[in-house]
Design a protein around this ligand. Structure first.
Ligand code: NAP
Ligand code: G4F
Length: 329
């Protein structure tokens, strides 16, 4: 009898404990991958987002600061695919910790690419690039050819990460791609990011746990989508025939004010009664408006978002209500 052994594809995901890492791991598991999740050592374990799939993933320690930990991982697993999602990802922190942001979010990309180039050049590499690179936008909407004008140390670091990925593709013929993703949110978003700050804050007010919500610039506009939809685009990019970079977004801009309006209205409240603008949350340099022209990814890879703005707001509010013990509307 001929025995047929099917080898599972192996994917290494950095930033496995983050919002996107958790959704991507779920997706890869459903596709039959062996998932190796890289996490940095910390004194408390931050498995909240991956608890439900923890026993299906190989969790391995590693840090984007540390070249040898990346070399060891790449040499040991020789993954088919690497998704580099780890980063110092919070824009305001990048002004307080610009050097750390550069080390992790920029140079961390080169460290991983070097490990791949030297030890496993057949590995396909995805870099988590960002619409923050467009910053003070040069055209509306933004597409793959729009020039970058970053407005924060984070945005600057991501521009470096993008170009070093392109450069390793062109210099060493690696299958390395950069996904330029616009803001994507979910009930797993960190509470410091504005969408989750609003959904969580509004629910706390509704339940009598807080009286007000302090925010910064209410007029900033973003192209917000659902993280679960965006990790599909990451996988599609690495499973494309050719290594290409794509812009991914919904094409619909909404203001922070509109997000507040919808979240509070969903809870039968008027945001005007509770939201206070606070200078502390105004940034030294703002990105006023981001909106994607994602026609290339839609046409080439067939990607499209499934959740719209209203669906996203309601999903996040419902999840926070459930978490904090209130009734789902
Ligand atoms: P996130 O929730 O903040 O997750 C970031 C992850 O990076 C966490 O797992 C974190 O680990 C890890 N990390 C931080 N520093 C590290 C280091 N030195 N070594 C190893 N791991 C480290 O971010 P996200 O929203 O999932 O975003 C994923 C990626 O996409 C990031 O690169 C982000 O910049 C980029 N991006 C995000 C968006 C968006 O709207 N979400 C849009 C465009 C691009 P800990 O749990 O230990 O902190
Ligand atoms: O939610 P945010 O902090 O996200 P931001 O700065 O757009 O960055 C996120 O998206 C990027 C993709 O474009 C990612 F690359 C990045 O890693 C991150 O995931 O802020 C969104 C907007 C800003 O204009 C900010 O000024 O909301 C405005 N805002 C107003 N009040 C606030 C607040 N942002 C935060 N975090 N907190 C506030 O109180």
């Amino acid at each position: 009898m001929i025995q047929c052994r099917v080898t599972k594809k192996k994917a290494l995901v950095t930033g496995i404990t983050g919002q996107d890492g958790s959704y991507l791991a779920e997706l890869l598991l459903t596709k039959g991958y062996r998932v190796i999740g890289m996490m940095r050592r910390s004194s408390v374990v931050t498995f909240e987002r991956i608890q439900h799939i923890q026993d299906q993933i190989d969790i391995i320690q590693g840090d984007l600061h540390d070249q040898s930990s990346l070399m060891d991982l790449i040499e040991k697993y020789k993954p088919d695919e690497v998704y580099n999602l780890a980063a110092q990802s919070f824009v305001p922190t990048s002004w307080n910790q610009p050097v750390l942001t550069g080390e992790v979010t920029a140079l961390g990309v080169t460290r991983m690419l070097e490990a791949i180039r030297l030890l496993s050049p057949q590995t396909r590499f995805y870099q988590a690039s960002s619409s923050e690179m467009f910053g003070k936008v040069r055209e509306v909407p933004q597409r793959e050819t729009t020039p970058f004008y970053p407005r924060s140390p984070y945005g600057v670091a991501k521009v470096y990460g993008h170009w070093i990925t392109v450069n390793y593709r062109e210099s060493y013929n690696l299958f390395a791609v950069s996904g330029i993703l616009f803001n994507h949110e979910s009930p797993r978003r960190g509470t410091e990011f504005v969408t989750r700050k609003i959904s969580y804050g509004a629910v706390r007010i509704k339940l009598g746990l807080a009286k007000e919500l302090r925010l910064g610039n209410l007029d900033a506009r973003r192209d917000w989508g659902f993280a679960g939809d965006y990790v599909e685009a990451m996988w599609q990019m690495l499973n494309n025939e050719t290594p290409e970079d794509f812009v991914v977004g919904t094409g619909e801009p909404h203001s922070v004010r509109e997000f507040c309006d919808q979240a509070f209205a969903y809870l039968d409240m008027d945001y005007h009664d509770y939201v206070i603008q606070d200078q502390r949350f105004i940034r030294p340099a703002e990105v006023d408006m981001l909106v994607a022209d994602s026609s290339r990814v839609r046409k080439t890879l067939g990607w499209a978002p499934r959740i719209d703005f209203t669906g996203l707001v309601e999903m996040m509010v419902d999840a926070d209500l459930k978490r904090l013990g209130g009734e789902v509307t």
